[in-house]
Design a protein around this ligand. Structure first.
Ligand SMILES: [Zn+2]
Length: 425
């Protein structure tokens, strides 16, 4: 896949403040929106470049030269307007000579109108005086003329208009504008807005042996390697992906070395707090579990509260605290754990990084085929009311009978393939 390249030029900067009024400085607002926009695009796989990421002055030539040099697939010149105090609303300028600039404007402008609740002044073109073949605005004209690069200018609201300024001063304005711009730019590139999130639920996508090989390669403590089996056991009981929780535990315990507030004797693999709502960060603020396996059960139960599953056995006190949260039962993706399991918004991403490394670890030698049991035993089996002797295999004192033998006796049929078969007798 070709990664789209995009340049963001936050207008003005340094000694050039741009428009000012109603307590807003254009250069600062431009930069704030630009940086938020950039991270939204980067999260969706778009390669982002900025003409500036700090409050510094640049000439128009420096900016357009930078764009020509980077040669992105498209670029945005990000501004906010000012005129006579009366004018208000959003306008977008595009090149009169570049079809992609027109397309970009047509994707971005409606998102701004929808997202910001300001008047629609439309998509505009403006020609250079006495030149029918040049765009008026330097930042649109030069990249187009020199390298055919599509650029648009967005002017999202008039800083000197009290109505627009009231909207622009809302705490979430820069987030909303960044999102509107990002949605439009993603649509322009055909990049999906929905992020590829990492599901917490489902069957495991790694084996115990693979997880242990990964843990070993990271210098994990033996206790962390040994506990993997228990994770896969509870994964099977709950439908929660064990490798996700195992990766989380690697993060929480430093691969079983601990060394922070939680001590190894607490058997607390996931940094679970005690039941008190005001529990802090000290050792005694963290729960202690009777055995390492009990700690794993608690880890799964804790996640059960996040995803809305019934706990296995009696849950630990902190489970109830999570259950009382407004978002209890709604969490589906590892990325959503940020700000919930831990205060950091990037908590989930850090676990995903560990998880991806785990998933990328090759399983050591291929999973050994389970040895065929050699002890056979004839046992009587009642099929459709008729007792018949069947040869079974003795494993751990239990006799296992092949389904095919029963089907044969009953003259039934087997359908299906792979891991799922259906027997009709
Ligand atoms: Zn400006």
């Amino acid at each position: 896949m070709i990664v789209p390249k995009f340049v963001i030029n936050p207008g003005h900067g340094g000694s050039d403040p741009g428009a000012q009024g109603n307590g807003i400085k254009e250069k600062d607002l431009n930069l704030m929106v630009a940086l938020k926009l950039g991270s939204l695009l980067q999260a969706r796989g778009i390669e982002v470049y900025y003409t500036r990421t700090t409050d510094k002055p640049l000439t128009l030539e420096q900016r357009s030269n930078y764009i020509v040099q980077v040669k992105p697939d498209a670029a945005l010149d990000l501004h906010h307007n000012a005129y006579n105090g009366q004018a208000r609303g959003i306008e977008t300028y595009r090149s009169a000579f570049n079809a992609k600039s027109k397309k970009l404007a047509e994707k971005v402008h409606p998102e701004l109108i929808k997202g910001l609740g300001m008047a629609d002044r439309g998509i505009k073109t403006k020609l250079y005086p006495n030149r029918s073949d040049w765009d008026y605005y330097h930042m649109i004209r030069e990249p187009q003329r020199k390298a055919g690069i599509p650029v648009i200018i967005t002017e999202a609201g008039f800083i000197d208009n009290t109505q627009d300024a009231a909207i622009m001063k809302r705490a979430d304005f820069s987030d909303l504008e960044a999102e509107a711009l990002a949605r439009g730019i993603c649509a322009f590139f055909g990049v999906s807005w929905e992020l590829n999130l990492t599901p917490i639920l489902g069957p495991p996508q790694a084996t115990v042996a693979q997880a242990q090989a990964w843990a070993r390669s990271k210098g994990a403590h033996q206790r962390f390697i040994d506990i993997a089996q228990a994770y896969w056991h509870y994964g099977q009981l709950t439908n929660i992906r064990p490798e996700v929780l195992y990766a989380q535990s690697a993060h929480e315990t430093g691969f079983g070395h601990y060394g922070r507030a939680v001590h190894p004797e607490q058997n607390n693999w996931a940094g679970i707090k005690v039941g008190r709502e005001d529990a802090g960060e000290r050792t005694e603020d963290h729960e202690t579990f009777a055995t390492p396996e009990e700690g794993v059960r608690a880890h799964f139960n804790h996640v059960c509260a996040y995803v809305g599953y019934e706990p296995i056995g009696k849950p630990h006190p902190r489970y109830e605290v999570v259950k009382s949260m407004p978002w209890a039962g709604t969490v589906r993706h590892v990325e959503e754990l940020g700000g919930k399991w831990a205060p950091s918004p990037s908590y989930g991403e850090r676990i995903v990084k560990l998880l991806n490394a785990l998933l990328a670890t090759p399983a050591p030698g291929e999973p050994q085929q389970p040895e065929l049991p050699t002890i056979t035993r004839r046992i009587g089996v009642m099929v459709n009311g008729r007792m018949t002797d069947i040869t079974g295999y003795l494993i751990n004192n239990v006799t296992y009978v092949p389904a095919s033998a029963i089907v044969e006796i009953a003259k039934g049929q087997v359908t299906g393939h792979g891991d799922h078969i259906r027997i009709i007798l």
